[in-house]
Design a protein around this ligand. Structure first.
Ligand SMILES: [Fe+2]
Ligand SMILES: [Fe+2]
Length: 402
């Protein structure tokens, strides 16, 4: 089926240019063009679209406001900002309601690649079984209030890191957890961080936001007990994977943005396990039993019991919560990277490898260890890098569980 894509820009010349430039995509996409946020919402009310690509600066409703509304009304629509002013302030405003930021003048290839990537995540996470399963879960799939407040604040054009820090500071338990982590050897900062605003400054909003999400997810479930499964261990594993993924990205010469996305994706890669175990402890115990007795991989056991895997569940939820396309992709495909549309080094590659290295270091050689897909690395021309990543891998010192 053709994907419905809606472009929003107040300048008619830009819209005409896009229309001309993207004409070759007509077979793949059904394209619509709107010259204001209001018009865009009217068009979406008639028929929701799969992807919205909006300009940032527009009179009336700006791009961040529009995408904030779209996120509330149509959470499954992929939201992209296309803007000529790629400065930090603007990116700050869009964190949360936007899946990805594209800068003008745009190259059609970049738009095409991003849309294809977002659409592929969406297709992979489209199954009815998945939607029904998540739909009947009572415990996690609400977005933490604090997270919603952060996103709302980011829609304000005058938002500062201080404001964000103040919002986080209202939640004392969360603040304590964040400061404990930020000041631990894990982040290795040279000075003591004493407030959430400072933490936001050091870590960047993307990382802070993902910490809020994951700390919330883990701390909610310390009452769940399933034999053979430990939330504190999974938390340690998640932090370790985030750190290792970031280290791999930096070894590959990635820029800060990609390295941060690798960290965030590593931190959140097994969120699906948390959600499944917390909501369906009986079925999850059965998954663990299958892994132990039939010596099958965790994903295969989950597939048998739930009809979906933890990577499907995690990718689906975090896509709804507005994490970047590359992060959602890394989560959704971390056990089968060769199925992703982009076959080049990206956060997915880093998380896939990091996950295997961390598992291997904590439980040397059990049968259910996730393995590095070496054929995938060969396709990327990166097979010779694996020994280097392995050599540089050092499990981090992680503060006590939440
Ligand atoms: Fe996993
Ligand atoms: Fe994992």
């Amino acid at each position: 089926m053709k994907k419905r894509i809606l472009f929003v820009d107040d300048e008619p010349l830009v819209l005409q240019g896009l229309q001309r430039m993207l004409r070759p995509m007509r077979d793949e996409w059904e394209m619509q063009f709107a010259d204001s946020g209001t018009k865009a919402l009217e068009l979406m009310a008639v028929a929701p679209c799969d992807v919205v690509i909006s300009d940032m600066r527009m009179p009336g409703m700006n791009g961040a406001e529009l995408l904030g509304r779209v996120m509330q009304l149509y959470p499954r629509t992929v939201r992209l900002i296309l803007s000529g002013h790629a400065d930090k302030e603007l990116i700050l405003k869009c964190v949360g309601s936007t899946h990805q930021f594209l800068s003008k003048p745009c190259d059609p290839e970049a738009i095409r690649a991003t849309v294809r990537r977002a659409a592929a995540n969406d297709d992979a996470l489209q199954s009815d079984t998945l939607k029904q399963l998540v739909g009947r879960m009572g415990r996690l799939p609400s977005i933490p209030t604090l997270y919603t407040e952060i996103i709302d604040a980011l829609n304000d054009p005058d938002v500062t890191l201080d404001t964000i820090g103040r919002i986080v500071g209202k939640d004392i338990a969360m603040t304590a957890q964040i400061l404990k982590l930020v000041n631990s050897a894990f982040f290795g900062l040279r000075r003591q961080v004493s407030s959430p605003a400072e933490a936001a400054n050091y870590l960047g909003l993307e990382t802070l936001r993902s910490l809020v999400l994951s700390i919330n997810a883990f701390s909610q479930f310390d009452d769940v007990s399933i034999e053979g499964f430990s939330f504190p261990e999974l938390w340690t594993h998640s932090l370790d994977t985030g750190a290792a993924a970031k280290a791999i990205a930096l070894l590959e010469g990635a820029d800060h943005k990609l390295a941060d996305e690798a960290f965030v994706a590593g931190l959140l890669h097994d969120t699906g396990k948390v959600v499944l175990a917390a909501n369906c402890p009986g079925e999850y115990a059965e998954v663990l039993r299958l892994i132990a007795h039939e010596k099958i991989a965790p994903c295969e056991a989950e597939q048998r019991v739930f009809g979906v895997t933890h990577s499907d569940v995690g990718g689906y939820l975090l896509g709804l919560w507005g994490l970047p396309v590359t992060v959602v992709e890394a989560i959704a495909f971390h056990h089968r990277p060769a199925s992703a549309v982009v076959q080049a080094f990206c956060p997915l590659t880093a998380v896939h490898v990091a996950d295997a290295l961390v598992h291997h270091a904590s439980t040397p050689c059990p049968a259910d260890d996730p393995r590095v897909d070496e054929a995938y690395l060969r396709t990327l021309g990166l097979e010779s890098r694996l020994p280097i990543w392995r050599e540089n891998f050092q499990p981090k010192e992680i503060p006590a569980a939440l």
